[in-house]
Design a protein around this ligand. Structure first.
Ligand code: NCD
Ligand code: ZN
Length: 367
């Protein structure tokens, strides 16, 4: 069995910085990506639109240039969202959007994940004109939807968790105050978030990662598979089922691929006092998504099921971000592929399946 697909956009990926970036970009290209939305949680963060702006962060212009110089000139589009900090102003949004350098902004929960220490609390942007300017200028808000600063049972408990708290307590107010703001609920993991997206207007969409389609908390905890540790955490069966239902709905227009491939080398992934959040899936994400679709019971040899898969991987996200559908194609083949660690300038990075004890995956790719 094989499926020919247009090349696709990975609408949430971490390409990092420095010499290792080249390896991560090669891995994106090897899995049929025509373009990327590259996350701004670098060090320093990408917190300015252009270099003429004040502040210590990198600019979207400068980071995009780094990506192009590290092999990203092969991409038809590179979107770098602006990292929202306490220094972000409505004026930056307005002028950035006028120059067309600014297409999206990223909200991180302060200290809530890798590289989120420069973020300001959500209410800052609700009140200071930043979200208002984004709505006005048509700039997309990429949201890491987890309530920050929670601990213990409230962070991850039987009754609620940081993502559920965010979607129950923050998102209704955001949607009410800024009804036209375009929002991508990124890497959603819970039924509550999926329901929020379904019940919202066309201006609200969501990305889903391979790991959240494939695994639940039990898979991570049994044998403590730390390569599956990412944020937001994988959740429970009813949550995975809600994500699976959302992506396999034949009329789906709101849910699309954003891998959140987030490499951490062996030097930094596991340490004496904890583990860096992030799963590495570059190079194999369409294969893992196909595996996830099949695990829902969908038969990918069927033309209708292939169409549903194509919407999720190739069509919906490009349409939401206003990107052109690619002319070039790639082919997914139902043939086992072995998975290797990636050697980078920062050290060895372990792809998720290897971290789960699997050295092969059921699908492979032909470019
Ligand atoms: C990401 C990273 O490593 O940069 N980690 C992750 O667990 N997803 C940050 C993020 O997107 O939360
Ligand atoms: Zn991410």
């Amino acid at each position: 069995m094989q499926i020919e697909l247009p090349k696709w956009y990975d609408l949430h990926v971490h390409l990092r910085q420095g010499d290792a970036m080249k390896s991560y970009i090669e891995a994106q290209i090897a899995m049929g990506c025509t373009g990327v939305l590259a996350m701004p949680n670098t060090s320093p963060p990408v917190s300015k639109v252009s270099d003429s702006g004040t502040g210590d962060g990198w600019s979207i212009e400068a980071y995009s240039t780094m990506i192009r110089e590290a092999g990203g000139e092969a991409f038809s589009d590179i979107i770098v969202p602006l990292y929202l900090t306490g220094e972000t102003t409505s004026e930056m949004i307005k002028t950035g959007a006028e120059k067309e350098a600014l297409k999206a902004c990223k909200y991180y929960p302060p200290h809530g994940t890798t590289g989120a220490q420069s973020a300001a609390p959500f209410d800052t942007y609700m009140e200071n004109g930043v979200f208002a300017a984004m709505e006005e200028a048509g700039v997309i808000l990429c949201i890491h939807g987890e309530e920050h600063g929670l601990s213990g049972e409230h962070y991850f408990g039987r009754e609620s968790n940081a993502e559920e708290a965010f979607y129950q307590n923050r998102m209704p107010g955001l949607a009410q105050k800024f009804p036209k703001l375009k929002i991508v609920c990124e890497h959603i993991t819970t039924k509550i978030a999926a329901d929020f997206v379904q019940q919202s207007g066309d201006n609200v969409a969501a990305t889903i990662t391979p790991q959240h389609l494939l695994y639940t908390t039990g898979d991570m905890v049994q044998g403590f598979k730390y390569h599956l540790y990412c944020l937001p955490l994988v959740k429970f069966e009813r949550d995975r089922q809600a994500l699976r239902d959302a992506v396999t709905e034949p009329g789906n227009t709101k849910f699309f691929a954003g891998t959140d491939s987030a490499p951490h080398s062996a030097k930094t992934k596991a340490t004496d006092c904890g583990c860096a959040a992030g799963c590495f899936t570059a190079g194999i994400a369409p294969q893992l998504y196909a595996q996830g679709f099949e695990e829902t019971g969908l038969d990918l040899s069927d033309g209708k099921a292939q169409e549903t898969f194509k919407r999720f991987l190739c069509t919906n996200g490009a349409a939401f971000y206003g990107l052109n559908a690619a002319d070039e194609t790639f082919t997914l083949v139902k043939e086992e592929q072995s998975v290797q660690p990636l050697e980078t300038a920062d050290g060895k990075v372990t792809p998720l399946p290897l971290g789960m004890g699997q050295s092969t995956i059921p699908w492979s790719i032909k470019l």
